[in-house]
Design a binder for this molecule. Structure first.
Ligand code: FAD
Ligand code: NAP
Length: 523
């Protein structure tokens, strides 16, 4: 698996590494951190063995480079010599070797498709595949933007590969008044909602993405004329019509919408879509605990983005010249104590509760951001579905450290919008009292709402701690994880360091909870 970053810096103990949340990380030798890799890539050393020459690689040629000391891997049509990277790979050499001499795109996508391998491995680029080994996507796909087509307000002719899917393929049109341009997307799907529509309009470029289960429809156009920064989105939920309304800068008649761009008018699997980022401004940074801060980022004016419950975004920063990307789960600005006042989803701000690790590459860079600085924020991802909680009567949340973050919106949603909810219990594991995030808010919430209960469990308490003590275990879970009635519908969500989550799931299964009753938040 091409598990490039997140790497360690400096190399941590294996226990720390296991806790670091990445998948099957291995201990790296000293001097093999991400920073060391960045230094090597900037040293001018010939990392491909080709003295800077780029070549066309045939499948036969690729297959020959399948040994540790001579290992080439193809990702999305580009071939990299990963031999120099072997010792720096956080997932270990064996994971990289799984793709040796082959097309590793699928393996890479399964683990960390968000990792910017182009930036990480740019000095290892051997060249392009002569014959692209990636099979064309089998799924419904309509690509209309071959060649530069003008978008003149007519629905373009469709090229639909799967005829059975024809009726499900969204389409778009546009029209104008003196002052407005309206792009209409016919999703042909009922129950469209705000979270399924992501729009970005900046510098005359419009990008409108519609999420439809595992698929995504995209309109991507270089607009013919300038528009003002603000964008409005109207959604006719029942008929699945989405309108993106742009304000003309000059009240002139547009002859066409613009030129298609990138993946315009495609309907493909979400996982095949490149992650889109927009620059967001840091507007505030407040302390939550001694090492954790609440960062508030502001979306650009031309962005319409609502992050669904249980989903995360990726932040991207350039750290010493290399792009680094890490996932974070948006929270609310505070836990609402008054449920009447739930207007924090203003659609403009994104709140992230982030623990700053003293030797963390990404979080140290985040901590050094000044108010007014920009960070790139991606579209949301994640496999949690709101429907999982909508039917639950007992909600049990098991959180370890910042694994608390997905629980915030989930808890708020359950307490405010799930009418059948009878009980909600948070079992919150931390090392010490000082590490407990939003302790006050949680305790107040428990006082305010009798359905909600919070239990703090500390693994490294001081002797003054009178509460529960220990690590996640079968006995602790059997004490706290209970149905309110014998046959009640329960949902148990768990999130924390990877081993914490994995052990927790196993204990829950041993206690008789089914796979459907458990949701584990992982990468
Ligand atoms: P790295 O450079 O990767 O690690 C540096 C060192 O820091 C490690 O060697 C180790 O010593 C220490 N370290 C790092 N992580 C841990 C750990 N978990 N336990 C103990 N020591 C550690 N984090 C948040 O704070 N808030 C979130 O909302 C959040 N959401 C996430 C959502 C998902 C889906 C995932 C997979 C992770 C999420 N994380 C979140 C973790 C986050 O992505 C980073 O892994 C974390 O911020 C550390 O990044 P770093 O580059 O600073 O540390
Ligand atoms: P932490 O402070 O290191 O640990 C929190 C609690 O978990 C402590 O009680 C700790 O006990 C316990 N713990 C740690 N490792 C354990 C293990 N191997 N087995 C059993 N218990 C363990 O946690 P953190 O630094 O905040 O890290 C939070 C983690 O959550 C990160 O790895 C982050 O990636 C992850 N996260 C994931 C998501 C997601 O959506 N997937 C979202 C947010 C955060 P001891 O250390 O004392 O044993």
């Amino acid at each position: 698996m091409l598990n490039v970053p997140p790497p360690a810096f400096p190399a941590p103990s294996s226990q720390q590494r296991a806790a670091a949340g990445g998948r099957s990380k291995v201990p790296l030798k000293p001097g093999r951190s991400l920073m060391d890799w960045i230094r090597l890539t900037k040293s001018g050393k010939d990392l491909t063995g080709l003295k800077g020459r780029l070549i066309e690689v045939t499948e036969d040629e690729l297959a020959k480079h399948n040994k540790r000391e001579d290992c080439w891997i193809c990702i999305r049509g580009f071939v990299y010599n990963v031999t120099p990277y072997m010792e720096y790979h956080p997932g270990g050499e064996d994971e990289l070797m799984k793709a040796a001499g082959t097309d590793g795109t699928d393996l890479f996508d399964q683990v960390h498709r968000w990792v910017n391998y182009e930036s990480m491995l740019k000095e290892c680029l051997v060249g392009r595949m002569a014959v692209k080994p990636i099979a064309a996507p089998k799924e419904i796909s309509s690509t209309l933007s071959e060649g530069k087509k003008q978008l003149n307000g007519m629905l373009p002719e469709k090229k639909v590969l799967a005829s059975a899917a024809k009726d499900l393929t969204p389409s778009y049109d546009w029209f104008q008044t003196d002052s407005l341009i309206t792009v209409v997307i016919y999703t042909k799907q009922k129950d469209m909602n705000e979270e399924l529509v992501i729009v970005d309009c900046q510098d005359k470029r419009l990008r409108g993405e519609i999420i439809m289960d595992d698929y995504s429809y995209l309109v991507e156009v270089d607009l013919d004329h300038a528009v003002s920064e603000e964008v409005a989105v109207n959604i006719a939920e029942k008929i699945g019509k989405v309108e993106i309304i742009l304000k003309k800068k000059d009240n002139i008649h547009w002859k066409m919408l613009g030129q298609p761009w990138g993946c315009h008018n495609t309907f493909i699997k979400r996982t095949d879509r490149e992650l889109f980022y927009r620059k967001c401004k840091l507007v505030s940074k407040t302390e939550v605990t001694h090492d954790t801060k609440l960062f508030c980022f502001m979306l650009p004016k031309g962005t319409h983005l609502r992050i669904p419950i249980g989903q995360h975004v990726y932040l991207k920063q350039i750290i010493t010249g290399t792009e680094a990307v890490k996932p974070y789960t948006p929270v609310l600005p505070f836990l609402p104590l008054d449920f009447q006042e739930t207007s924090h989803h203003d659609g403009v701000h994104i709140y992230l509760m982030i623990k700053i690790y003293s030797c963390g590459l990404f979080t140290q860079a985040l901590d050094h951001l000044q108010i007014g600085d920009y960070v790139s924020v991606s579209n949301p991802e994640g496999n949690f579905k709101k429907s999982q909680v909508q039917a639950s009567e007992d909600l049990i949340l098991l959180a370890g450290g910042t694994g608390f973050t997905p629980m915030v919106k989930l808890l708020n949603f359950a307490l405010t919008e799930v009418s059948c909810l009878r009980t909600a219990k948070l079992i919150f594991f931390n090392k010490t009292e000082d590490d407990i995030l939003w302790r006050n808010e949680l305790e107040q919430l428990a006082l305010k709402d009798e359905r909600f209960e919070v239990q703090f469990i500390l693994s490294q308490p001081t002797k003054d701690w009178v509460g529960k003590q220990g690590k996640i275990s079968s006995s602790l879970l059997s004490e706290f994880v209970k149905r309110s009635r014998k046959d009640s519908k329960v949902l148990i969500c768990i999130c924390g360091p990877t081993p914490f989550t994995e052990q927790g799931v196993q204990y829950l299964k041993n206690l008789g909870y089914s796979q459907e009753e458990i949701h584990a938040f992982t990468a």
